[in-house]
Design a protein around this ligand. Structure first.
Ligand code: CA
Length: 208
């Protein structure tokens, strides 16, 4: 403690990360400094417990799912994430250019490549939608089942809404989004419903 360097990234690496995530160099430096402070065991990686010390994350009702998202790019069984994995998720969490908030991201299928390219405009929104889609897709099979949707809604509302009422809300939402009525919400269906809505502010997580 107390002797952590404020920045250990080389210029070259900062440039690569900036190209990959769209963050400016000063944002990357700030995030690196934050990462270093979270890294209590000083091994250049974060555990789930380290992430749990981020207040903005812990107060989020979807905290558990969000933390799982940080590990979604890791090999199975990995219990720590490095800075590149950390910042890639934050890039998908990021809101607009005018504030310093985030929205989120990522996985091991084809969509991963999209996340690794610089998010801009429309693409940026798509990355956010994909990230949110993955949060809902609890069993990570590439589509949202009714059970996935209901469990996320339950996390969001806690015990404020009775289960019977929550079921009704979940059914109504599911039927609206599952346009081909096959019992699953695919990413294309998810985009159709949410792309037109103002996700930028709603899906942002303030981080620094
Ligand atoms: Ca469907």
């Amino acid at each position: 403690m107390g002797n952590k360097p404020s920045l250990m990234l080389q210029d070259e690496e900062i440039k690569q990360i900036s190209d990959e995530t769209g963050f400016s160099s000063s944002q990357i430096e700030k995030l690196y400094s934050r990462f270093a402070h979270l890294d209590r065991s000083n091994c250049s990686s974060l555990s789930k417990e380290d992430l749990m010390s981020i207040p903005e994350l812990v107060i989020n009702p979807l905290c558990d799912r969000l933390i799982q998202m940080f590990f979604s790019e890791c090999d199975q069984g990995d219990e720590r994430i490095n800075f590149r994995q950390f910042i890639r998720v934050l890039a998908a969490f990021r809101a607009s250019k005018t504030n310093n908030s985030f929205i989120n991201n990522s996985n091991q299928n084809d969509n991963t490549n999209m996340i690794r390219t610089r998010p801009k405009g429309h693409d940026n929104l798509k990355i956010k939608l994909l990230f949110v889609f993955k949060i809902y897709d609890a069993d990570n099979d590439g589509r949202i089942s009714f059970g996935d949707l209901r469990s996320i809604l339950k996390m969001m509302v806690g015990n404020y809404i009775e289960d019977v009422r929550l079921d009704k809300i979940a059914i109504r939402a599911f039927v609206e989004v599952d346009q081909d009525n096959d019992g699953f919400i695919e990413f294309s269906e998810f985009c159709k419903i949410f792309a037109g809505k103002d996700l930028h502010d709603k899906l942002s997580v303030k981080f620094f």
